[in-house]
Design a protein around this ligand. Structure first.
Ligand code: GRG
Length: 384
């Protein structure tokens, strides 16, 4: 396996790819919580397989097919080989060429004179995040540009989308930590813990407004409406998370809708935005969107698995957090109607990644397209 950009950046180790994770491989911190929650949930009600199918297919008739769920084919994505025939490329190295100065440029966008507010808004733009979203965005931009007219350059407006995506993401993290009363993120105290909730909300607002100004400056109304949809989705996703479904049948659909809105929408729509800027073909826009959506869903499913299987030190934030907040994520929801929630959630993430690979493979071969394929494997094997 090629060197992973975020192991390279942050010195983290790989989780073994979940080729056939037996029950023994899951017994790490937080699993006892999973089992307890799963047992409690299972004793409350047994969601039948049929009802699960019904609830999922009715909520997302076009997005989700039950045949993707409970699938025990143990293969990860078929993405360990380069498809363009060119040298095996590391997604981070390739993407980072267009992202040099990313955080300095974001700090310029923030342009705040008040010292305290400036410190709060710049707090997470310290280079310690994975920059997962900007990397995907610039790789997608290049892949689409090459597909369209063999152009090897990322346009300034496309690079701006990478910055904007990271700013929207960060603003939502600041707000999310207030809602969850979280005390640590990325291995340090949260903004709300240091400056208090009220100021944290305002800092999140300011980052979001700076992102909106940068978006307006691009001057493309289609792109503006694509990315403002993300902001609506983030809020609606967070709102969905505040509620729960009494009806067991609706719980999984509710979880997947929340997952799309909270995490996948930003990745899907940022990918779509750069494709619109780089290529006039709506078919390409849909490929970019579908790739981002599927990778985003897989990313969040693995995030939910890591909440059970990883430890706080590695994640840089508290683990088992979802259970403590009373949130039933994939591992618990699957465990309600069969034994192995973590494994089934991982399989589901694999299915989404395979779909992402299928979509992006429709573009003309390029190192950037291969890097996006590789990135989907990194999503599955990341350990933080
Ligand atoms: C629009 C400002 C605004 C708020 C909307 C609070 C809220 C309402 C939305 C929250 C959305 C949210 C925080 C989703 C979590 C997504 C997620 C998986 C975050 C973790 O991403 P990583 O692992 O984090 O990429 P790093 O720290 O590496 O950036």
């Amino acid at each position: 396996m090629a060197s992973c950009w975020w192991r390279w950046r942050r010195g983290c180790s790989w989780r073994p790819a979940a080729r056939s994770p037996g029950p023994g491989s899951l017994g790490r911190a937080g699993l006892s919580g999973l089992r307890a929650a799963a047992a409690a949930a299972a004793s409350r009600a047994q969601m039948s397989y049929f009802n699960l199918v019904k609830s999922l297919t009715s909520a997302f008739p076009n997005m989700y097919s039950i045949s993707r769920f409970h699938h025990v084919t143990p293969a990860v994505c078929c993405c360990s080989r380069t498809r363009s025939g060119e040298k095996y490329t590391d997604p981070f190295n390739l993407g980072w060429r267009d992202l040099k100065g990313l955080y300095e440029d974001i700090r310029k966008e923030l342009f705040i004179s008040t010292t305290e507010l400036k410190d709060m808004c710049e707090y997470y733009f310290d280079g310690k995040g994975k920059a997962f979203r900007p990397i995907i965005v610039v790789l997608m931009a290049r892949a689409c540009n090459i597909h369209h007219n063999n152009s090897r350059n990322v346009q300034a407006s496309q690079r701006a989308i990478a910055l904007i995506a990271e700013m929207i993401h960060t603003a939502s993290l600041v707000h999310d930590d207030v809602i969850d009363d979280a005390s640590s993120r990325r291995g340090k105290h949260t903004v709300n813990k240091i400056w208090g909730e009220k100021k944290a909300v305002l800092a999140g607002d300011l980052i979001l407004s700076a992102a909106s100004i940068a978006l307006a400056r691009i001057g493309n109304t289609t792109v503006v409406s694509i990315l403002t949809q993300v902001i609506e989705d983030l809020v609606r996703g967070e709102f969905l998370q505040l509620g729960s479904k009494e009806n067991e049948n609706e719980r999984f659909a509710h979880y997947l809708e929340k997952t799309f809105k909270k995490t996948a929408s930003l990745i899907a729509n940022s990918c779509k935005a750069v494709s619109v800027l780089g290529c006039p073909d709506p078919v390409v826009h849909e490929i970019a969107y579908q790739y981002g959506k599927n990778v985003g869903l897989a990313f969040q499913l693995i995030d939910d698995v890591l909440d059970f299987t990883s430890c706080s030190d590695r994640m840089g934030k508290p683990t088992s957090a979802d259970l403590k907040l009373g949130l039933a994520t994939g591992p618990v929801l699957f465990a309600c109607q069969q034994s192995d929630g973590v494994q089934q959630t991982t399989y589901l993430a694999q299915r989404y990644c395979r779909e992402a690979v299928r979509e992006i493979s429709k573009l003309r071969p390029s190192p950037e397209r291969d890097a996006l394929i590789q990135l989907s494997e990194i999503v599955l094997t990341r350990d933080k």
